[in-house]
Design a protein around this ligand. Structure first.
Ligand code: FMN
Length: 348
């Protein structure tokens, strides 16, 4: 059976997991509309994940996807962290606030989270996807034995081959156009910055895995293009941010639907890892000669604190407003209506 039939989809569409933005209500609405809804569990702990999984199950009987961050666990470095806080200090002052006195690793990698592993084996979500890397072979074997279909993001052929060798069932070809964090396994390695088009084709031709194309796809025409390239489905993130079911705040929605949404930037400054964001005051700091950043997600602790201070002073330009290159095509409509519109566009 092919992956789409295994997933029980009536439309080759995955709503991207979006930690902090996707919600159980969004995932359930997408599942009930015939596509694959996803929960982003990367920035939560096992207790938070349990609640979210329960909420999806109360709202749909269909399969859904849960997503984990599998990055190299952060290494604390007090000198870098203090240097970064010192550099951000004047910005905090501008908003009448003081920077935090220390930074924390605000969430754990799945590599370092046995409670999350146990929760997944207990609650048995039907689909589990990985971002930033792969779990160890015993965890992959245990999750597969629990019945889960496993997916992993890849940004180049090497990462896709590692996923294939590890026994992953499908690969998400994440192009440079994509909103949010790049799934690169090693953020210090040179980045080929492959487009969704080139990457999808590379993975279709050079792996045996079903490929799900992701990055810059906003409508039925984009999904059809991905299928023409040989993908079995498309994964859309930015397209779902303006849905009322998402957790995006008012400023994020306004920026996404505003006149400058065609301007996005890939930056490490917000979290410590490369991620695509709407151009804003935070992404503009790159021209100010920033010092070395703390490890991901320790740097994100500072980024979130700066955004909170700015927001409290009425400035929304420091938000992590992740968005892909197609952001200006975003539509503000309920998720079920958006999935129906995508279906209609694909059939046109
Ligand atoms: N991918 C993940 O695997 N896990 C995440 O938690 C995650 N969070 C994201 C949050 C936002 C707001 C966005 C826009 C993307 C996120 N991504 C995440 C990346 C998506 O999986 C996907 O690669 C991307 O949305 C595709 O590009 P598009 O946004 O142009 O559709």
């Amino acid at each position: 059976m092919n992956l789409i039939d295994q997933l029980g989809l009536t439309l080759p569409l995955v709503q991207a997991p979006m930690a902090g933005v996707s919600t159980p209500a969004l995932a359930a609405a997408v599942c009930n509309a015939g596509a694959l809804g996803s929960l982003g569990l990367g920035a939560t702990n096992a207790a938070g994940a349990r609640t979210m999984i329960d909420q999806v199950r109360q709202a749909t009987n269909r399969l859904f996807n849960v997503n984990l961050f599998v990055h190299r666990p952060a290494v604390a470095d007090a000198t870098r962290e203090q240097g970064w806080l010192n550099w951000l200090g004047p910005l905090f002052q501008q908003f009448g606030a003081a920077p935090p006195t220390a930074l924390r690793e605000i969430y754990r990698s799945f590599l370092d989270d046995p409670e999350m592993r146990a929760l997944l084996l207990e609650t048995r979500p039907g689909v589990i996807s990985f971002h930033f890397g792969l779990p160890d072979s015993s965890t992959i074997a245990a999750l597969k034995a629990s019945g889960a279909i496993l997916l992993a993001s890849a940004t180049n052929l090497t990462e896709a081959r590692l996923a294939e060798q590890a026994g992953i069932d499908g690969v998400i070809a994440q192009g440079i156009e994509a909103g949010g964090h790049r799934g690169v396994f090693d953020p210090q390695a040179p980045d080929e910055a492959l487009s969704t088009l080139a990457l999808t084709r590379l993975l279709v031709k050079n792996t045996r895995l079903p490929v799900i194309a992701a990055g810059g796809i906003m409508d039925g025409a984009g999904i059809k293009a991905a299928l023409t390239l040989g993908a079995v489905a498309a994964q859309l993130g930015t397209a779902f941010i303006a849905c009322p079911e998402s957790a995006a705040d008012a400023a994020y929605r306004a920026a996404l639907l505003g006149p400058d949404a065609d301007k996005t930037r890939l930056t490490r400054l917000i979290s410590g890892r490369p991620a695509r964001c709407l151009a804003n005051r935070f992404t503009a700091l790159v021209t100010q000669n920033p010092p070395p950043l703390p490890d991901y997600p320790i740097a994100f602790d500072a980024g979130k604190a700066l955004n909170a201070a700015a927001k409290a002073a009425g400035e929304s330009g420091f938000g992590a407003q992740w968005a892909g290159q197609g952001a200006a095509l975003a539509r503000a409509m309920p998720a079920a209506a958006l999935v129906a519109a995508l279906r209609q566009e694909m059939e046109a």
